[in-house]
Design a protein around this ligand. Sequence first.
Ligand code: PXL
Length: 276
Amino acid sequence: MPYNKILTVQDISCFGQCSLTVALPILSAAGQETVILPSAVLSTHTAGFSGYTFRDLTDDIPKICAHWQKEGIHFDAVYTGYLGSAKQIGYVKELIAKTGGEKVVTFVDPAMADNGKLYPGFDLAFVDEMKKLAFGADFILPNITEACYLVRKEYKEVYDETYIDGLLESLKRAGAKNIILTGVGYTPETTGVVVLDENGKSYYKHKKISRGSHGTGDVYASAFVGAHMNGKSAYQAAKIAADYTVRCIEGTVDDDAHRYGVKFEPALPYYIDLLK
Ligand code: PXL
């Protein structure tokens, strides 16, 4: 198994099972050295809660970066998720330029929107900065809403393959290299992921579980990064991440009180098996 040093930049939502509290354990389970840089600290994730605290760590990033440069610290991969401010996105770009190793692989999950809407606190100025980060990355992992924001296309609840192909084409034209588009379903009972990479377009369809859960995009992206950095192709990694995420949701749906993230921990042995 390749052992890589992966930096992940996203928030700590203390309660809620998303962002760093899932990325770190999943990448560790994938056998990867995982370096974390918290973009912000929140008491909970923003969806489904009100009155959460939010400490923005934007101003810490250049200082942390300067120290890492002084220490000669470099990364094999950088994976970004939920970022705290538009200004922070610029700092993250600099951080990648300064600490990315020669062959650094970059993954951007533009975690900013879902179900046709931006998350609370984000605006179009944030989206404009996110475009610069996303279109410079090796891999982007948007859901359909995020993809629409990145290329200013109309979001549709119900769509067909022509609409998805148009979205992929716009992302490509805007500069996207490899695209992992999540939450793409053409029938009511299924959803799936479209992969567009140097091998062309492929689609992995899987079961759709009707109850929505928070943080599944973060579970998915972390599992994808862990699998790809283990040498799996983009399609294999997309399939492994989908199978693992479905297992996590299945393990959560029957618990009505668990209405935040998913119970990803009991399914980690299954993820490790999928990586073999
Ligand atoms: O799961 C995405 C995410 C990450 N971090 C925070 C969030 C969300 C989604 O709502 O609020 C703080």
